[in-house]
Design a protein around this ligand. Structure first.
Ligand code: ZN
Length: 107
């Protein structure tokens, strides 16, 4: 169990809680099972294989990045493009700690 801060009132509560015990704020499933921090770290270190896209559930984009990051290097340009793509995702992730739905979508 991990203690997390309520997004509404800032009170500490369990990450397993369905709602904040203090203000009753409903914790969405995306808040509970997916972490923006993990997404950012994956984009930073494994982004050129699209691992962060698979983590965010965007399998199509993840597959595209995986192909570009592997066989794409044979053509050089896709390999470079996927580095830039991963870097953009990394920056977007850094700006999305308050809005995980920007990455993971609304559930
Ligand atoms: Zn609260």
């Amino acid at each position: 169990m991990v203690m997390v801060y309520c997004r509404e009132c800032g009170a500490k509560h369990s990450d397993k809680a369905k709602a904040c015990p203090k203000c009753g704020y409903q914790v969405r499933s995306s808040d509970m099972d997916k972490s923006v921090l993990v997404y950012v770290l994956l984009a930073c270190f494994l982004g050129f294989w699209g691992v962060h896209k698979f983590y965010a559930g965007k399998t199509g984009q993840g597959t595209a990045m995986l192909l570009m990051g592997t066989i794409g290097w044979l053509l050089i340009l896709p390999g470079i493009a996927v580095w830039i793509w991963a870097f953009v995702d990394f920056v977007i992730g850094l700006c999305s700690f308050d809005e995980p739905e920007r990455i993971f979508g609304k559930k």
